[in-house]
Design a protein around this ligand. Structure first.
Ligand code: ZN
Length: 508
């Protein structure tokens, strides 16, 4: 048994090597590669991903998993070995349902579609990308149909990113959240908007980057196992547990962009850097689900990084970095500026309160498209109508409407958005649980700018386990209950009740 288990681990390590190499090529493409490299780079990444997929779906892996079944059954459920076998089996059974030829076709199609989108978006030309998107929808339906037996066509696609979730469950959680959220959004947006002009001044790039990185290090991001570089669309990527990188982007005329992108990606990176080293190179060395991963980026970005307590400690430091710009701006004014709530067009710039409405819009449109209740050609209009209904504004063009997010143009339609809102919900649930055990966490942040207690609780209860447990298992273990919107709503009511008059909505 031992020999077979080792053989499986060695094979999985090779799969991981190939995927990590593809990831490194992607990192390079998004940071330093000259534009001339684009065509060859797309092909090179596709080759590596295909080889990884072939290696992983090799029938030999299936035979090893079968042979190791009695071994798995003899082990405790939460042992590393049993977990590795359980998670590998789940991934393997999923992967073999998708024919290799189909996966390669989709990769080719989506990289073409992405290329067209990068030109169509600035040109505000949905028609140009429409045929590609139609094909993507086709592929998405085909992909879903490789998994028969689901209730809703989107279920398999949702499950691939948020295992244990399905269309009905996400819809239920979203409906519950929406009911509580909409009155808060209207209460806030009917008031005078916060003045955020202090953020819209000239802030030299180098100083912005240095300040963000300084905070990331204080959070616990280890630079001997990571680095920060610039890119267009910030992301975190991992090539091994010893090399977890983050990227950010700067706008010299807006302070909010680089700083909070950096803190967001730092949250993702802390999760990956916190995984136990002995899970390295196995399918367990990753996050539990897209929602749980996103909960960590949102926790560090918002619950910590946009909190009054954090800036109690850090604002004087920021002022000393930018004395001309912020020297005369009070901490209160700054705090209101970084927590400004408004109905805006772009999801990635949205505040904590309206953000989820952006996600729900996309999630519902994905379902309608997959169900066949919405045609791609009617998508721009459906987007405008829904946007008007939810935000009271109609996007003036498709560029900042249906063309704004890369997801549908670079991957399948279905399952790509729900994780953001699940992450917002879970961020509060994890943070509240940590503070219940260690009530001095907020004062440690406020008085000393220290994050060790919080970081250690997250490492012990969440990060170290990687993907040993499913999202619902880890939520239950760490917080003692199932996913709940209550901590999130309590957080929003308290925080925004201090910043705005919430009227009736402030009472739960
Ligand atoms: Zn994220």
């Amino acid at each position: 048994m031992e020999a077979k288990f080792q053989e499986l681990k060695t094979r999985l390590l090779e799969v991981d090597d190939l995927s990590s190499a593809a990831g490194l090529l992607y990192w390079d493409q998004s940071t330093y590669m000259p534009p001339g490299g684009a065509a060859a780079r797309g092909r090179q990444m596709a080759t590596l991903r295909r080889l990884a997929h072939e290696k992983f779906t090799d029938p030999g892996i299936g035979k090893l998993l079968d042979a190791l079944m009695p071994y798995e059954e003899s082990l405790a459920y939460d042992s590393d070995e049993a977990s590795l076998l359980r998670v590998t089996r789940r991934d393997y059974e999923r992967a073999i349902k998708i024919p290799a030829g189909f996966a390669a076709e989709v990769t080719n199609h989506t990289s073409e579609s992405y290329q067209v989108w990068t030109e169509a978006r600035p040109a505000n030309d949905f028609e140009r990308v429409r045929p590609y998107l139609e094909k993507t929808l086709d592929y998405s339906r085909q992909a879903a149909n490789f998994f028969p037996g689901y209730e809703h066509i989107a279920d398999a696609l949702i499950e691939s990113r948020d295992y244990g979730m399905n269309a009905a469950e996400v819809s239920r959680v979203f409906a519950e959240l929406r009911e509580e959220l909409v009155p808060i959004v209207s209460a806030i947006t009917s008031q005078e908007p916060a003045d955020d002009s202090c953020l819209h001044q000239h802030f030299p790039e180098e100083k912005q980057l240095a300040f963000g990185l300084e905070v990331a290090k204080r959070f616990g991001y280890e630079l001997d196992r990571g680095r920060l570089d610039k890119t267009h669309h910030p992301f975190m990527t991992k090539f091994s547990l010893g090399d977890v990188r983050i990227t950010t982007r700067t706008k010299e005329n807006f302070l909010g962009d680089a700083l909070f992108s950096t803190l967001h990606e730092t949250g993702h990176a802390l999760y990956e850097q916190g995984i136990r080293m002995d899970l390295e190179g196995t399918p367990l060395a990753g996050g539990a689900s897209s929602g749980v991963h996103e909960s960590q980026s949102r926790l560090w970005e918002n619950l910590v990084g946009r909190s009054r307590g954090f800036w109690y400690y850090y604002y004087p430091k920021l002022q000393s970095v930018f004395p001309e710009q912020l020297g005369a701006v009070s901490r209160d004014t700054f705090n209101r500026a970084i927590n400004k709530v408004e109905c805006s067009l772009i999801r990635t710039n949205a505040d904590e309160v309206t953000y989820n409405l952006h996600v729900m819009l996309r999630f519902d449109l994905e379902l309608a498209l997959l169900e066949g209740n919405l045609e791609i050609r009617d998508l721009p209009n459906a987007w405008r109508e829904r946007f008007d209904a939810d935000f009271g504004i109609v996007p003036p063009d498709d560029k900042d409407g249906v063309l704004q997010d890369v997801h549908w143009y670079f991957g399948l339609i279905g399952g790509s958005f729900q994780g953001y809102t699940l992450g917002n919900i879970l961020a509060s649930q994890f943070y509240t649980s940590a503070c219940k055990v260690h009530p001095h966490i907020p004062s440690e942040i406020k008085r000393k700018g220290e994050f060790n207690t919080l970081h250690n609780w997250l490492k012990a209860n969440l990060y170290q386990h990687g993907s040993k447990y499913t999202a619902s298992e880890i939520i239950e273990r760490a917080t003692g209950s199932a996913l709940s919107i209550e901590p999130y709503m309590a957080y929003l009511r308290t925080k925004y009740g201090e910043l705005y008059d919430l009227g009736n909505c402030s009472v739960a």
